[in-house]
Design a protein around this ligand. Sequence first.
Ligand SMILES: [Zn+2]
Ligand SMILES: [Zn+2]
Length: 359
Amino acid sequence: MDGKTKTGDVHMRALRLPDWKSEPEMVEVDQPTPGPGEVVVKIGGAGACHSDLHLMHDFEAGTVPWNPPFTLGHENAGWVHALGDGVTGLEQGQPVAVYGPWGCGTCARCRVGVDPYCENPAAAPVPGGGGGLGLDGGMAEYMLVPDDRHIVPLPEGLDPVLAAPLTDAGLTPYHAIRRSWAKLGPTSTAVVIGVGGLGHVGVQILKATTAARVIAVDTREEALKLGQECGADLTMLSGADTAEEIRRATGGRGADVVLDFVGADPTLALGAAAARTVGDLTIVGIGGGTLPVGFFSVPYEVSIQTTYWGSRPELVEVLELGARGLVKPKATTFALEDAVSAYRKMQDGTMEGRAVIVP
Ligand SMILES: [Zn+2]
Ligand SMILES: [Zn+2]
C-alpha cells in the first residue's frame, strides 16, 4: 500500500445516491481540492453500512435535515492526499482514518469530541450528518474532509482497509460497550443481539475490553458461527424461548448488559425480558422497533438507552485495539464498481461481517 497518486487527474469515480428511494449510481465527478483548514484523503477503504440501505430505500425528504445527491460512504480511511492552507501536523501519504460525524466544532459536545450530539447542528457542515451522510463520502477515489480535526492518524501497523470499518462498525459498538464497562465485571454476562457488521465487532470489543461472559444471539446459523469465531462464550439461535435460555445460562439472573444491534420489536422485547435488575439495555440498531416501558414491563432499575456513533477520543482507542490485533473486523473487500453488489448481499442477509469498498 502506498499514498502515491496519479497526477493530473481532475476527475474521479464516485458512487453517488442521486435521490431518496433510488439506487446509487457510479458517476464521474471532479476531484476535490482542499480549501483552508481542509484535507483531501485518498481513500484506502470505505465501509458499506447497513444504514446506507435505509438511506436508499426508506428515507424521504424530511426524514433527516439533508438531502441527496451525495457520494455514499461514512466509514473511511486512507492516506492524506492534499492539505489546505493552515493545516499542520499532517503529511502527504500519511495513513489516517476519518472521524465520521461532523458537528459545529465549537459547542460543549464538539469541544470534547462528541460530535454526534452537537448542540448547534445548524453551524455544522451539514446538520446531523457528515461525509456520506448529506455531504460527499468515501465511496470515491478521494474525499474532502472539511476540518482537519476529523483526521485521526492511524497507529503503526493498521491497514486502512481494516481501519475504515473501525470508524463506525467498530466505534459505534465501542461507545455502547464503554459506557457500560462498570457493569461488565468477571461475574457479568453481556448479550449481543444481531451478529452482523456491528455486532461481530461488538463481541470482539467485549472480549478485548471486559471480563464479562458473552452470549451472541442471531436468527442465522452463519452469524452465530461468526460470533463464535469472534470469541462469544455461548451462542443462541433466536427463538420464542431465548430470554428463558439466557436466564438459565445466567443462574436465573439475566444479562447485566444487553446490546441490541437490530432494534426491531422482537429484539427489543427479548432484550427487556433477558435483562437483569439494574442492568443496561442499549439499543444500537436502527430497526425502528419500539418497547413499552412501564413499572412492570422491565426489570427494576434497568437503564434503557439508544446510542449514536461514538466520540473522537473513543475512535483513537478503537484504532489502537485494531492496531494491536485485539479487534479485527471480518472484512470482505469489493472494488468500487462492485459496491452495488455488496449492498445487494447486505440487503438479502448473505454478507458476512463488513463489506469494505476499495476504490
Ligand atoms: Zn453506519
Ligand atoms: Zn457542536
